[in-house]
Ligand binder design. Sequence first.
Ligand code: IMP
Length: 423
Amino acid sequence: MAVDLLLGLQWGDEGKGKIVDVLTKDYDIIARFQGGPNAGHTLEFDGIKHVLRTIPSGIFHDKAMNVIGNGVVIDPVVFVKELEGLDKFKIDYKAKLILSRKAHLILPTHRLLDAASEAAKGKAKIGSTLKGIGPTYMDKTGRNGIRIGDLELDSWKEKYRNLADKHEAMISFYNVDVQYDLDEMEVEFFEAIERLKELTFIDSEEYFHKAIKAGKTILAEGAQGSLLDVDFGTYPFVTSSNTTAAGACTGLGIAPNQVKEVHGIFKAYTTRVGSGPFPTELFDETGAEMAKVGHEFGAVTGRPRRCGWLDLVALKYACQVNGVTQLNMMKGDVLSGFKTLKVCTAYKYKGETISHLPYNIEPENVTPVYTEFPCWKEDLTKMSNPSQFPKELNAYIDFLEKELEIPIKIVSVGPDRKQTINR
Ligand code: IMP
C-alpha cells in the first residue's frame, strides 16, 4: 500500500493537526518525520482543546499506531510533559506510540545554545522557538548527535557528558548573557530519559517496509510549513529540517515511489510567526482583525502571529516543490464580513512582473500584485455542506483551484473536528 503525506504550504500554523486528526480514521499508522517540540499541533473535539508537540496527531484515535520517525528531534523533558498531558484522556501510549532509534535527542545544552545563538544575532535574530532545534540538527549533520538508540548502550552517558561539556564551551564563545543551572536541568533531563525508555524503540525503516508490504495505510504528518524548509524556505529565516515532501522520505526511510497522495494545507490568508520576509503582510486594521478573529497566537510560544493576504505566488511554489495532489483550505470562516479580499497573484520584481518565487523576497525587492474579490458575509462556522457556501466563497475557491490546478477537497470552517466540509 502507499504512504500519503500531509504538509503545511505556508509558514506553519496552517491547521495540520486538525486535518490529521480528521483523516486518521482512514489510516493504520500516523508518523511524524521532522521537526520537534517547536511544533504545536492543535486538535479540538468534544469540547476539548489539545496541543501536541512531538507526538503524532493520531494519538487520540483507538486504532492508529503513532510513530516518531528518524527525522524528528526529541526533547525528553517536553516529551514526558506531553505524555502526562495525555494521561487524563486515558490513552495507552505505551501501546500506541513508538520511536525510531535513529531520532536525535535534544539535550538541555542544545536549548541553551539556541538561546545564546539567537541573543548573539541581535536584530538579525530568526525568532526561533528556542527549543534547541537548530543546535540539535547541527549536531546531527555534524555527526556528533545522540540518538534514541544510544540510550540502549551503556556508553551513552559518557557521550552525553563530552557533548554537553563541548556545548558549554561553545556557549561561552558567544559572549552573551545566558543564565542557567545545568545541574538542575540535568536532573529533569535524566528523569525524563528514564520515562522515555519505558516506550518501544524501533528500527523504523524496517517497520515501515513491513507495514507497506502488509498493506497498511500510512499518513506522514509534516510540521512547520514549506516556507520554513531549510532548503526551500525563506533562508535563513527557516527551521532546520526539510519540511517538504522529500523530508518525509528521509525522515521515515520510505522510498519516493511509495508516496501517493500529498495533502497540502493552507489558510485562506497567510500568517507567519518569527522574523523573515512576508510580502503580503498587513500592518493595518485588516491585519489586526485577521489576528483577532483568527486567534493568531503561537501554540508553542504564545507570540502574536503576523497576518496578511493569501500569497498565490508562494503557494504555487509550495505546491510544486511538494507535488501536492489535493488541497485543504483552512480558516475561511475568519474572513467572513471583510469588505474585500485580496490575493497576491504576482510580484513586481526588478522592474518586471513575475509569477514565480524569486531568490530575494524582502520588501525592498518585491511588491505584491493583487486581485480583489468581494468577501462573503455569512457565518461559515455552522455550515456542514458545500451547498450552503455563499457564492463569494465559491468564487474564491474556484479562482484558487484554477490558478493552482489542484482541487480543494476540504474546507475547514472552525477548529472542531465537526467543522470540516468535504467537497
Ligand atoms: P525554530 O525551528 O524553533 O528554530 O524556529 C525557526 C523559525 O521557524 C522561527 O521563525 C519560528 O517562529 C518558526 N517556527 C518553528 N516552528 C514553527 C511552527 O510549528 N509553526 C510556525 N512557525 C514555526
